[in-house]
Design a protein around this ligand. Structure first.
Ligand SMILES: [Zn+2]
Length: 140
């Protein structure tokens, strides 16, 4: 089997569509944006942002791409479950608690936010399954 040099935009879009459908968040607001990360869920507006910087993804970026996508999808699922405005309040409530020193040893309102830790755990736990699924489909 040939090792593909890049994942094309078509293949990337297929993976994104597959993930959004599987986790039933295909109706979440989304837009393309020139951002450094592969994707970002903007809690403030309930919008999933997809990066325009990666026209093609290199093989060594696949893991990061999948972890990031599944992480952001966790936010999207929370936004769907509670409504994005309510989820925004929940996220900010935790951020404020961190800033007020409520959690010993936690100082970063973003990185230490329980909803960020939850999403990252979900991403790390599930990316491998998708890596294997998409690899079997010969996408990379
Ligand atoms: Zn996040």
């Amino acid at each position: 089997m040939l090792v593909k040099e890049f994942i094309s935009k078509t293949e990337r879009d297929y993976m994104i569509t597959t993930l959004l459908k599987y986790y039933k968040v295909q109706n979440v607001k989304w837009k393309y944006k020139n951002i450094k990360d592969h994707a970002h869920f903007e809690v403030e507006t309930g919008t999933l942002q997809l990066s325009t910087r990666y026209k093609k993804i290199k093989p060594n970026q696949i893991k990061d791409f999948l972890v990031t996508m599944v992480h952001e999808i966790d936010h999207a699922m929370m936004a769907k479950k509670y409504g994005w405005k309510k989820f925004k309040e929940m996220w900010e409530y935790e951020a404020n608690k961190i800033e007020q020193g409520y959690y010993p040893g936690k100082t970063d309102a973003y990185d230490d936010n329980p909803y960020e830790l939850k999403a990252e755990e979900f991403g790390q736990k599930n990316y491998k399954k998708w890596y294997n699924t998409f690899k079997k489909q010969d996408l990379f």
